[in-house]
Design a protein around this ligand. Structure first.
Ligand code: IPE
Ligand code: IPE
Ligand code: MG
Length: 238
């Protein structure tokens, strides 16, 4: 779904690639896991700030389908951290924030996956802000997931091949019903998308900064928003 915001103003949907935790720690002679802890603090701060300034949709990339390749100790530490996140995001639910997880939950331990589904259900009616956590998320996996559902519908004769269009593919992504990303922020100096919302960022504005995620502050977000507001979005038009 393309956002109707053509230029200026606040983005409707911001995506954050929370990158640079490891380097933040290594620079200080600390173990990488402390960088992830510090990154979780930045997530808390930025999520609250987005709500305060009136952002409607915000997605945080917390763990990619590729991040399972990391050493077991690091993956285990990240899973421990996610359990803590889950305890906290329950607080957001009390603040009229709708919670949503993007990615295949079945890769997580049963209790964790249940908790995620439970929180989505409990917060479904909230309309203050929609907070999405991309966990075990990959943009390609997202598209495959949508295509599988479409194939199933076609096999069951619920749709004809000619019914397959962009809006059908979009609606069956993990983000079904959520507006596309307007502003995509990647800290840490890397200039790549790393399999984040690839379909949904087709017309996103990108903001790159060398700041490492644990140091990413509301002030830096203000800078990104200012930059965003100054851009002219054309969506292929003139
Ligand atoms: C992002 O920080 C966190 C995850 C990918 C889970 P990194 O761990 O990738 O930090 P760097 O890129 O190694 O500094
Ligand atoms: C992207 O960061 C994934 C998340 C922040 C969750 P990575 O650190 O995994 O990305 P690459 O490997 O540098 O592309
Ligand atoms: Mg990284």
């Amino acid at each position: 779904m393309l956002s109707d915001k053509s230029s200026g103003g606040l983005p409707v949907h911001i995506g954050f690639i929370m990158d640079g935790n490891g380097r933040w720690a290594v620079k200080r002679g600390l173990p990488r896991k402390l960088g992830h802890r510090e990154g979780a603090q930045a997530f808390r701060k930025i999520a609250r700030y987005c709500k305060k300034i009136g952002i409607k949709y915000v997605t945080f990339y917390a763990f990619s389908t590729e991040n399972w390749k990391r050493p077991k100790e690091e993956v285990d530490e990240l899973m421990r951290l996610f359990r803590e996140y889950l305890d906290e995001v329950e607080d957001y639910a009390r603040e009229n924030t709708r919670l949503f997880f993007l990615g295949d939950k079945s890769a997580f331990d049963g209790d964790m996956a249940r908790k995620m589904a439970d929180m989505e259900e409990k917060s479904a009616g909230f309309d203050g802000m929609t907070l999405m956590l991309a966990m075990n998320y990959g943009g390609r996996d997202d598209i495959v997931h949508s295509v599988r559902k479409i194939a199933e519908m076609a096999a069951n004769k619920e749709i004809r091949i000619s019914d397959i269009d962009e809006s059908l593919v979009s609606s069956l992504l993990y983000t079904g019903g959520i507006p596309d990303v307007d502003l995509l922020i990647r800290p840490s100096g890397e200039k790549r998308i790393s399999n984040f919302l690839i379909w949904q960022s087709a017309y996103a504005e990108y903001y790159f900064t060398d700041t490492l995620w644990p140091d990413f502050s509301p002030k830096e977000l203000d800078k990104a928003l200012e930059d965003f507001a100054s851009r002219k979005r054309r969506f292929g038009g003139v």
